[in-house]
Design a protein around this ligand. Sequence first.
Ligand code: GTP
Ligand code: MG
Length: 195
Amino acid sequence: MKIASAVFRCSSSRSSQCPTDGLPEFAFIGRSNVGKSSLVNMLTGHRGLAKVSGTPGKTRLINHFLINNTWYLVDLPGYGYARVSKSERSGFSRIILDYIGGRRELACLFVLIDSRLEPQKIDIEFLRLLGERQIPFALIFTKTDKLTSNQLESNLARYRRFLRTEWEQLPPMLVSSSEKGAGREDILDFIGKLQ
Ligand code: GTP
Ligand code: MG
């Protein structure tokens, strides 16, 4: 799929404030600093479209970007960094739980995982939550420029082994480097096929 236009549409603090035009949404979620906003910029080819920072906790709201006037890329706040109140389940903020529970337009949630790390507890907890709620998701392993191709293969194999201990079926798995532009075609084709 080609991206002909990418426009910031709005920032929302809850799903009920999000666009009501019914267009399908493809959203990025994952630990703070994993590279969600960078991936929005890499895919759209607009460097400053989503705000990126080396300090975790940069994205605080639900950000909608209208692509080709027909679908949205959604950049979400990260988890695992900001303190959340005790009433919030398993460390995920109200804004994240509200978005994943309340958006019928959500066609696929991409859970971004740092390709350098072994499976992290908070990511696994989040995937379990998606499983319980039957929310469709795919994994994108980020920052692959920081690994050799052998290291990447070995880390992906480790992740697959881990997932098989809990999941009968493995989710779709993609890789990306926003630094190098790697994974762009695969991710856009994946999105294109779901529309
Ligand atoms: P929050 O909004 O805080 O949840 O973070 P985020 O997931 O949106 O991460 P963001 O895109 O702001 O990137 C965090 C840091 O990682 C920045 O310093 C980016 O430059 C860096 N980064 C993101 N993607 C890549 C990548 O593919 N390769 C490398 N080397 N660095 C990356
Ligand atoms: Mg961000």
